[in-house]
Design a protein. Sequence first.
Length: 702
Amino acid sequence: MKTLLALLDKLSIRSKLTVIITGISLVVLFSLFVVSVLTQRSMLREALKHEVQILAQDLSRNCSPALVFDDRQAAGETLGTLQSKPQVAFGSIVTVDGGLFAKYQRGPDLERSDKLRLDLPAGAKSEAFFVGDFLKVSQPILFNNEQIGTLNICAGLDRIQQVLLRYVTLGLIGLAGAALLAWLLALWLQGLISRPIENLAATMLTVSSEQDYSRRVAMERSDELGTLVENFNEMLNQIQVRDADLQEKQKRLNYLAHHDPLTGLANRLLFDDRLQHALANARRKSNKVALLFIDLDRFKNINDSLGHKTGDVILQAVADRLASAIRAGDTLARLGGDEFVVVSEQAVDYQGITMLAQKVQQILVPPVQVGSQELFVSGSIGVSVFPEDGECVESLMQCADVAMYQAKELGRNNYQFFTSGMTERAQESLLMENKLRKALDNRELLIHYQPQVDMASGAIIGMEALLRWQHPVMGLVSPGKFIPLAEETGLILPIGKWVLQEACNQAVLWQKEGYPDWTMAVNISPKQFWQADLLDTIEEVLAKTGFDPALLELEITESAIMQDAEKAIDAMYRIRERGIKLAIDDFGTGYSSLSCLRRFPLSKLKIDRSFTNDILHSDDRGAIAEGIMALARTLKLDVIAEGVEEAAQMEFLLAKGCTEGQGFYLGRPMPPEGLVDYYLHKVANKGEVPDASYTVWAGVGG
C-alpha cells in the first residue's frame, strides 16, 4: 500500500484524478454488478427448481398407472415426454425395492457420475437439491396414498448459465459504458503508451497473417518502447533472411520431388501426372497419344565394368540427347536406372509416331565421350498408342514394356510397336516364376553381406545383407530381375520371411560365436509391408530364432509407405510398440512429404546412392545430401550414406556430419564367412573392436 501511495504521490494532479475517479467507479460498479449476478443466479436456480418440481409432480401422477400394471413401455413413453424439456438431462422411475423400472437419458455419460446415482430410490417425501452443475428432484409416486415408487429427474443448469452469461455480458457492457468517461479523461495519457504498442501488435498480426517479414515498425523513441521496437525490427530482419533461405530450399526440394536428381528430367511421379493429363486431353479431342519406353542396351555391363560414375555420365548424355530429339509439348522422363519414357501428344498418326521413334533411335548413335573413352550406347524402344493399346497409364505402360522386351529379343537397338501377339515376355516371365518358386526349396537363394563402417574411425559398425539367387543353369540372377517378379507374383512373401529368418539366425549365430550384438535390419518389400499378418510373421520368426526384437530394424521404401500414409503410420506404430526399429531405405528417391515424414516413427534415414555418386561434381547433389543430413538431425534420426566408392566422397560426407557409410570403397558384399574374415582383419589392423551398438543390415534387394 505504501508503495502504491508513493507511486500515486509522484503522479501529476490530472493523473491522480484520473486514477482515483476511474478506480472508485470501477470498484463500486463492479461490486454492485457481482451482487446483482449472485442474486440473479439464486433467482434463476429457484425458478428452475420450482419448474422441475411441478414437472415431477405431474409426471409422478402420470407414471402411477404404469407402475401399478407393471407396464415398463408405458412408463418409458411417459418419461419420453421429457424430450421436450431441453433442460432435463435424465429421468428414472425406481420401484420401492430399489429396482430401476424405466429411465430417460439425454446424455450418455450421466449414469457414470458418482454424485448422480439416480437409479437409487429416494425417501418418501419430495426432495430437490443441486449437485454440481445439475439439479436433482425426487418425487414419490403414490397410488391410493401409498408410495409405489420414486420419480427422479435431473436437470442441467445450462440455461441458467446461458442467461447468466447474457446478464454478465450486458452488465460488463454497462460497466464499460459507466467507466467510459473516466477512460476518456485518461485517454491522452494512455495514448502515449497504448498507441505505440497497438502499432507494434498490428505489425505483428500483419506479419503473422501475411507471412510478410519485410514489414517494419516505424517509431523513433528513446525509452523502453523504442528499445522494444528496435529489437523487434531486428528480429524481423533475421526471420526474413531465414525465411528466404527456407523458401529457396523448399523450392529445391519440391523440384527434386518431381524430377530425377541425376538428369533433371521428370521422374515417375511427374510422368504419371503428365500422362494422365495427356490422356484426358486426347479423350476430349479424340486424338492419339504415343508412349515410347526406352531401355538402354547392356547398360549394366557399363556400370559393372566401368563403375557407376561412368554410367551416370552416360545417363546424363542420353538425357540431353533425348531432350533435343522431342518436340515442345512432349514429356521426357527417367523412370529409374536406364529406363526413359517419352509421351507425345503431337504424333497424330502411326507415320508420325514411327518418325519420332526413328529420331530417338538415331540420336543415340553417336558415341558418348567419357574422359579418353568413346562409349557407344543404343536403346531398345517399345511403343504403345492410346487408345488402341490401352486407355489408362497402367495398360499403356504395360504394353510399351512388353514391346520394349520384344525389341530386345529381336537383337536390341530397334523399336517395336505393341501388338496383341506379343506373348514371348509373358512366357518368359512364367518360366522365371516357376524357377523362382523352386529356388527357395532348392536352397538356391543366399545372402551376401556388405560392411557398413564408421568413416571417421574405419571401424565396422554393421552390414547390409543382400539377397542373391545362384541358379544352376542361369548362374547368378540379378536381384533387379527376379525381385520385381517375386513382388508381382506374391513370391516375395515366403522369400521375405526366409530372408528375415536367415538374417536373424545369422545374427544369433554371430552372437553365440562371440561377435558383437549387431542390430539386424531387414528390408521389407511393399507387398510384405501391407500384409495384415506382417507383425505376426515377425514375431513368429523372433520366437523361432530367439532373436531380441530390440536388435531388429525393418527397412522400408518411401514408395511403400506413401501408398496410404495414414494406414502406414498405424502399422509402423504397431511394429514400434513391439520394440522393433524402423528405417527408410533409398531416402530422397520417393515422394514422401515432409509433414508425413515427421509423423513416421522412424529411427534412421538411408541416403540413396544417386545422391552420393556425384556429390563432388554437383553442387545440387551435395546440397541435397547435406539437406537430408540436416533433416535427419532435426528429426533426431540416424543417417547413413550408401554408394561410397571413393575416398573423396567419404571425406565430403564426414565434413558434412555423416559418419556412417557403405559402398565399394568401404567393402564389397561377401558371404558370411568372408565377412567374418573381413571383420577380424579390420580388428587386427585397427587394434580395436567395433562398437556393438551399431547395425547389421539385411534385405531382399540391393
